[in-house]
Structures are given as structure tokens and as C-alpha cells.
Design a protein. Structure first.
Length: 440
């Protein structure tokens, strides 16, 4: 859920083909529309898409819409409540993020102390930006979230010491320094679904004594519980371990239960599968948000992809599918090793399921060569769904001690993502972090 702005140069500035008072530049490979005051290699602060600027920062820089007594806009273009930075199309060109002059931070810090590539979120105690989470439609906050005693007690009853959470995939363009000449790399398709993990893992169950006996044991300085340890097939979302498949963001998690049963009894001790579930829930609801393509105001896009974008990946209503992207083996001490990609594919074949499609494997030589490969695979129609655009790609670097994968999203996908969020719809992973769901 981390989000920040970056102190950086803007490069490759050129005239906007359809607007005399606008230019187009590049920040971290992302196309950004800027005004005529910005010059090549100017240092400023770049706010990527999917962020929210603070009230304080917007007020100082007059970024939100406001009108005078005659109804004329005398402010910026951001919604005063959302203050959302999202990818959009302006006069036929995509603008992916916001580039602001470094002086826009002068009210919060001595800007001479800021170094290039420095990350910006809070300056001298003042929030500048954060991850944008829209007001949710139809998702209620968990009323027990603010009760740490209740949550601690529940977590103490069951624990999963070697069932590790999903590792966040970082953005490729901010982490190009992760590559070394000779690295073996795999480009795979990034799929727009909900994350899941299933493991044959250690489960520790603490059964507390009744109140009177518990107090006696506490006085004797003995543990007021018995502990049972076993290996069991366990399934979770990105952050949450599921004790049942009832309830959840989609109304129920029965579609997750199908894959729990698929892997049950087939995993080695300590083996964990990380996978993406795509398509529909068993209630015919798309797992990911649907977009009305007319909201793009792009006739060519509407003509090519139809009235709406549904990330079905070829699934019929009420059906789903899974694609494995990572597998690990963890011993009882918690030491974890990642399976090489080819072993992941072999194990997936054993289970009778798919891995995320491999688009290319190559040896890293130069940054330029890498970016050319990324550009050739990132855009266009999704090769699995065929009815919608692809989300983007992921590059996996083999041979690292920990799982190392970096993502790069299709610019047009980010436009659709922004439209969905503006409608108050968020994906399951973001919803579960807001709801504060726990392991019970």
C-alpha cells in the first residue's frame, strides 16, 4: 500500500500534437503532459498514478478546482475531495502521473536538501501524498479493527509461523538498478485478478483453559493453555488466512474454496503456491471491476474493445481459473527458498493448472535492451482473454536469494483502473486492508 512521489528529472520533452500550450515529457518511462514552462532535464517531483495529494500540498499549490463568484474556475483541475492522481487522456495523449516543479515543496522543506531520486510522502511532519483509496461502494469497515486486545487474543489461538504473505511486486521503472549483466530473466504476463496462496503449513493451536484454571496456572507462572501443532493445507488471500470460505469482499469465498480443495493433500510439507484467480465468482460477479469503455472518450478504443471491459480471461459467467506465479518451500525454522521458474511450471503441470504465461526469457545485457523488450510485450490485447487489454508484464530475475520480480503496467490499463476507482470500486486486496480483516 506504499505510495510516494519522486524527486527526478523530466526528459524527452516534445510538443503536444493537439495542444499549442502543452508539452509531453517522460518520467521513469511514463508519459506526462506538462505546460510550456517546463524545460528539458528540469528537476521536479513526479507523483505516479494512483496517488492522492494532501489538502495542505494542494492548497499551497492551488491544485484543486474552485470557482469565483461568477462561476469561473480559478483553481486547478483536481477534485477537492478526491485529489486523485490518475492516468488520463488529454487531447488524444496519455498523461500518466503529475510532474510538479521542485519549488512546489518549498513551503514544507528546504528544497536545496532534496536529492534526485529521493522519495517524498511526508515532509517535516506534513503529509504530501499517499495511496489513493476511494470511498468504497458496498464494503463495510470491520467494527473490531480498532480493538487490539480482541485481535491479539484471536491471533494467539491460531498461528501459522511458516505461511508467509504475498511479497509486493515493486515497479520496474523505479528499480532498474536491480539488474546485473548476465541475469537470467523471464517476462510473464501480468494478470488482473485476486491474489491467493495455499500451503501445507504448520498450524499452532493454543487452547486456553477456563477462567478459574487459567488464573491458577498464571499464578503458578505456567502457560494457561495447551498447544497443538500439526501440518495442514491452509489457504489465504494476499494478507488474510481464511478459516472458512464464507463472507469476504465478494459476498463469499466459495470460488477460493474450489482451489483449496484442488491442492489439499497434494503439497509437500512446507510447500506454498502463490497464484492469481481470474474470471468470475460462483455468483456470476466479475472478480475484478468492470469498466464502461465509453468513459475513456476514445472512439477507437470503444470500437476495438466494445461497450465494456470485463477481465474474464476467457471464463464464462460463474467460472474462474487460476494461474500460478510463484512457489516456495519453507522448513520448520521458517527458512524459505523459491522454486526456479521451470520447477514452478513442472509442479503446476502435476497439479493440472496453469502458470502465468511466459512471454520471453533472456539474459540481461543493458537497460536499453531491457526496456525495448518490455515495450514490445506490455501493450495490446490480452493474449489469454482476447477481449480486453492486458494489464502489463512482470519480469522475474532468477537466482536471487529472495523472490525478485518487478512489474510494469500498460498505460491504457491505468486509465481504466482510474475510471474504476473514480466510481468508488476497489479491488479485493485494497478492500481487505481497509476492512482490517484478521486470521479468524
Amino acid at each position: 500500500m506504499n505510495y510516494c512521489g519522486y524527486v527526478t528529472k523530466i526528459t524527452k520533452i516534445e510538443k503536444h500534437p493537439n495542444a499549442d500550450r502543452l508539452q509531453i515529457g517522460r518520467c521513469f518511462g511514463n508519459q506526462v503532459i506538462i505546460d510550456l514552462n517546463v524545460k528539458e532535464n528540469d528537476i521536479g517531483v513526479y507523483f505516479p498514478s494512483d496517488g492522492q495529494l494532501s489538502n495542505e500540498y494542494c492548497k499551497v499549490n492551488n491544485l484543486v478546482r474552485k470557482k469565483d463568484e461568477q462561476g469561473k474556475n480559478i483553481g486547478g483541475y483536481l477534485d477537492p475531495n478526491k485529489r486523485h492522481i490518475r492516468a488520463l487522456k488529454l487531447r488524444g495523449q496519455i498523461s500518466d502521473g503529475l510532474f510538479m516543479p521542485l519549488e512546489s515543496l518549498a513551503s514544507f522543506i528546504d528544497i536545496s536538501t532534496l536529492a534526485e531520486l529521493e522519495m517524498i510522502d511526508v515532509l517535516n511532519g506534513v503529509e504530501i501524498c499517499k495511496k489513493y483509496i476511494p470511498v468504497m461502494n458496498g464494503v463495510k469497515q470491520d467494527k473490531t479493527r480498532g480493538n487490539p486486545k480482541k485481535k491479539t487474543k484471536m491471533l494467539n489461538r491460531f498461528s501459522y509461523p511458516i505461511f508467509h504473505e504475498h511479497i509486493d511486486t515493486k515497479q520496474l521503472m523505479y528499480n532498474l538498478g536491480q539488474f546485473n549483466p548476465g541475469d537470467v530473466c523471464y517476462i510473464t504476463l501480468k494478470m488482473h485478478g485476486t491474489s491467493a496462496r495455499t500451503s501445507n503449513t504448520l498450524v499452532k493451536h493454543k487452547k486456553y483453559y477456563r477462567v478459574l484454571k487459567k488464573k491458577i496456572y498464571e499464578l503458578l507462572k505456567k502457560k494457561p493453555y495447551t498447544e497443538h501443532i500439526k501440518w495442514a493445507t491452509t489457504t489465504g488471500t494476499r494478507r488474510v488466512i481464511l478459516k472458512s470460505f464464507e463472507g469476504g469482499y465478494h459476498g463469499d469465498n466459495n470460488f477460493r474454496g474450489l482451489y483449496h480443495k484442488l491442492f489439499e493433500g497434494k503439497l509437500f510439507k512446507g510447500e506454498t503456491i502463490y497464484y492469481e484467480i481470474v474470471g468470475y465468482t460462483d455468483r456470476n460477479k466479475p472478480i475484478m471491476g468492470t469498466v464502461k469503455n465509453s468513459k475513456t472518450n476514445d472512439k477507437e478504443f470503444l470500437k476495438k474493445y466494445g461497450e465494456k471491459t470485463v477481465y474474464s480471461y476467457g471464463c464464462e459467467e460463474g467460472q474462474s481459473d487460476i494461474y500460478i506465479y510463484r512457489m516456495t518451500l519453507t522448513n520448520e525454522d521458517g527458512y524459505e527458498i523459491d522454486y526456479p521458474w521451470d520447477l514452478v511450471k513442472t509442479r503446476a503441470e502435476y497439479f493440472g493448472v496453469k502458470t502465468v504465461p511466459e512471454l520471453e526469457r533472456f539474459i540481461f545485457t543493458t537497460e536499453e535492451d531491457l526496456l525495448n523488450r518490455v515495450e514490445s510485450f506490455c501493450g495490446g490485447v490480452d493474449p489469454v482473454g482476447k477481449t480486453h487489454i492486458r494489464e502489463g508484464i512482470v519480469i522475474r530475475i532468477e537466482g536471487k536469494e529472495r523472490f525478485k520480480a518487478l512489474k510494469h503496467k500498460n498505460e491504457y490499463f491505468k486509465i481504466l483502473e482510474g475510471i474504476i476507482k473514480d466510481a468508488g470500486v476497489i479491488d479485493a486486496e485494497e478492500a481487505e486492508e481497509i476492512r482490517g480483516e484478521d486470521d479468524e
